[in-house]
Design a protein around this ligand. Structure first.
Ligand SMILES: [Zn+2]
Ligand SMILES: [Zn+2]
Length: 194
């Protein structure tokens, strides 16, 4: 059975393309662009002439560009376009914002960033450590794909203590994690919570 993207209706990739993280971290969608655009209520293409002043392009339709905030700074936003490439999955405005996160956040900073960001993209959902381990996997061993669900649980303790995430339930195997609404409603970039 061929699965189609919830937004653009293209076939979802059938295999894990780790380098592109395509179809892995945004289940049911091609990538971050399709997932976020759908969440913003976008359902159809718009004329390309909205963006470029080229009479030749009249009649050419594209998926609208969207702007998202940088995962680290508040100075820049990121313009996302509908592309099936890594650029549609960008979460930092620049390489230096990514480096700042890694340098400031300490060991496994990017893995912890992905967890917090994933939880905040699904503010009403709760995830077990096992489910968190699954969505980290496509990122590979360098960024936390090798973490066991047990080590994820202990990694998250500090965020539970700080109130960044809520832990529901007490046994380690059934405990579920949900982002705190104060984090979702705050203008502070998610990277600063790492
Ligand atoms: Zn798509
Ligand atoms: Zn930035």
């Amino acid at each position: 059975m061929v699965l189609l993207c919830g937004l653009c209706r293209q076939d979802l990739p059938e295999f894990c393309r780790t380098a592109e993280k395509t179809g892995q971290t945004y289940p049911g969608f091609c990538n971050q662009y399709c997932f976020l655009a759908f969440g913003m209520g976008i359902r159809e293409k718009v004329p390309l002439t909205n963006y470029v002043d080229q009479p030749k392009m009249n009649g050419h339709m594209i998926w609208p560009y969207i702007n998202i905030s940088c995962g680290w700074c508040t100075e820049n936003t990121i313009e996302l376009k509908h592309k099936r490439t890594t650029s549609a999955n960008r979460v930092f405005c620049s390489r230096s914002c990514y480096s700042d996160l890694c340098n400031t956040g300490g060991r496994r900073a990017f893995a912890r960033f992905i967890i917090l960001r994933h939880l905040s993209l699904h503010p009403n959902k709760q995830f077990t450590a096992l489910q968190i381990q699954k969505f980290l996997k496509p990122y590979g061993t360098t960024t936390g794909g090798s973490l066991s669900s047990g080590s994820i649980g202990s990694m998250l303790k500090v965020y539970v203590a700080r109130g960044t995430i809520k832990a529901i339930g007490d046994s380690w195997s059934t405990k579920e994690y949900q982002i705190a609404s104060s984090v979702v409603n705050s203008p502070t970039p998610i990277g600063k919570y790492v």
